[in-house]
Design a binder for this molecule. Sequence first.
Ligand SMILES: [Zn+2]
Length: 264
Amino acid sequence: MRFLIAIVLFIVSCGPGEKDKSEHYYFKKTAHHPDIHWSYEGATGPEYWGKLSASYRLADTGKKQSPVNIDTSKVVVDNLPELIFRYHSGERPDFINNGHTLQHQQEQDGSEIEVAGKHYQLEQFHLHSPSEHTIDGKHFPIELHMVHKAKDGEVAVLAIFYKAGESSQALNYIASAKLPDKKGNKSVMKQGIRLNDLVPTQPEYYTYSGSFTTPPCTENVKWFVLKQELEADEELLKNLAEILKHNNRPIQDLDGREIHGFGS
Ligand SMILES: [Zn+2]
């Protein structure tokens, strides 16, 4: 009992200032996922996530954690199922700066991907800077995560790399409004977004079984890392990097996992 009181006091002592009320999880928080502050640096940074809360322990003990480096010389070439994008357009997205990323919560408008006959509804998308996954050890300026969920609860995340180059339509929509640069701020885009512009035209991918890259680092997430990189204005990428402030989890061990990919 005394121990319990100590825990309660400890939680209370964190105070509203330190207690993070932002959306930590890919999906809505539940009573099973208490709100424990984490960050990308210092005493609440990635190397301590597994110790911050019992519900975050997979960050330390998990054997299928993300992100990973994709060593293209070791990718298992496979006859993989086609990745079909079925994204709708027109929604004026709002982006919230939740203190960890810029995130858009998708309305359930039927936007989905289909792989091997299985359907995954688009739930949200958000950004990391620099990229979380690496290809042969190389980071990209931005990695977009399109997070999907199937009816049976399985999560599938598309990872899309952006590099400086041509001003493509892809991220320009996001640039059309002032990005929320402070935690808790929200901005609504002036124009509708074409979700298809955010993803590559060539749906070739690398795939492996991993985890969320943020606490609670839940496993059995199906990752699809798109091979085709997209380009965006250098200025926009810089602007995003300033807001996102290195929100990439370090590379995790493959622990014997294989990464599968198309032959090239
Ligand atoms: Zn992410």
